[in-house]
Design a protein around this ligand. Structure first.
Ligand code: PLP
Ligand code: COI
Length: 340
């Protein structure tokens, strides 16, 4: 297998059409076996619930090429379970954990030439999704569904990789206190497009959402979770029912405790109490760990460690997590799924 001729280290986070994608249909109460196809377009009924009523969801995870020539997935079972929680909430049929992981593996194998080689800094991003399809017009769950997985090589989500970027808070909410914030439905992202674009227009990488009930606590950093390192070296990440439970965040909570010997907790993070943090970052599959230089809130700009350099604890967290994902550091039991 010859790798594609790509400047892997120059990749950003953009769509690239790879060779094969997986598709499976749900009809008459069951999923078909699913297959790999070349066509990257989907033809669906104009009445599809995913088009009108937002009955759709997605996931994001990555495949990593290891030093020994293997390829591995990082905690795909957690993405599968989160997709099940999402599907359950918006009345879509569940995809079994086995089917989800098998589909991801098929897509990685079929596109091996597109998986960035070890050491390039790039990875292969997988995008599973479920959409309600079929002829429909009333507000009710669809009778047919499509589960798909496609993937592509990607570089950093936020420009700069491990260089800090700045964020601003927004008055807008992406989700309601007891709404859909903790599941991965497209509507949350549609609700974030305008505030994201306004933040970018003002020179920030993205906006920070505050908790939708009181607007006093940090909820999320765009499409990533927030973490801070207190001045007494504690890892703190928001405890909120309206944020996406980030698999990266839960992994970091464990890495901070078990690999770095830190105290690590989920707790409220008040936007007026940022002084207690020596460092801060955004974490997620796409974002990996992105150091936060500073946060603008109501005209005041709070700088954490530095606007130009990553802090030492954030760097250690990054090196350990990325080392685990790339197969260079021994992972906790069950985190790594070998593709080949
Ligand atoms: N928050 C939002 C809104 C996201 O879209 C994502 C990305 O999936 C995350 C957080 C990070 O979650 P994870 O670490 O599971 O990728
Ligand atoms: C991810 O990190 O996988 C995300 O879903 C973030 C974004 C690209 C929507």
């Amino acid at each position: 297998m010859v790798k594609k001729d790509i400047e892997w280290s120059q990749l950003g986070f953009s769509y690239i059409k790879t060779d094969k994608r997986y598709i499976s249909h749900w009809k008459d109460g069951k999923w078909d076996e699913g297959k790999l196809v070349e066509d990257n377009t989907i033809s669906i009924s104009e009445g599809s619930t995913s088009l009108h009523y937002g009955q759709e969801c997605f996931e994001g995870l990555k495949a990593y090429a290891t030093k020994d020539g293997g390829i591995q997935l990082f905690r795909p079972d957690e993405n599968a379970k989160r997709m099940q929680r999402t599907c359950e909430k918006i009345m879509m049929p569940l995809v079994s954990v086995e089917k989800f992981i098998d589909a991801c593996m098929q897509v990685v194998k079929a596109n091996e030439a597109w998986v960035p080689p070890y050491g390039t800094g790039a990875t292969f991003y997988l995008r599973p999704f479920v959409i309600g399809v079929g002829d429909n017009i009333g507000v009710k769950p669809a009778e047919e569904y499509i589960f798909g997985v496609f993937g592509m090589p990607v570089g950093p989500y936020f420009k700069g990789g491990l260089s800090p970027v700045n964020f601003t808070t927004t008055d807008a909410d992406r989700a309601a206190p007891h709404g859909t914030g903790k599941i991965k439905v497209g509507g949350n992202y549609a609700a974030s497009l305008k505030s994201h674009s306004e933040a970018v227009d003002r020179g920030y990488a993205d906006c920070i959402y505050l908790d939708p009930l009181t607007h006093t606590k940090i909820d999320e950093v765009g499409a990533a979770n927030f973490f801070g390192i207190t001045k007494d070296n504690k890892f703190v990440t928001p405890n909120s029912s309206s944020i996406l439970p980030s698999i990266t965040k839960y992994s970091l909570l464990q890495v901070a405790k078990e690999y770095l010997g830190m105290e690590a907790v989920e707790d409220d993070v008040y936007i007026d109490d940022l002084d207690k943090f020596a460092e801060a970052g955004a974490c997620g599959t796409a974002a990996v760990i992105t150091p936060i230089g500073g946060i603008e809130h109501k005209g005041k700009f709070h700088v954490f460690y530095s606007e130009t350099e990553v802090g030492p604890v954030t760097k250690k967290l990054y090196d350990t997590l990325y080392g685990i994902q790339m197969g260079d550091i021994k992972a906790p039991e069950g985190w790594i799924y070998k593709v080949k």
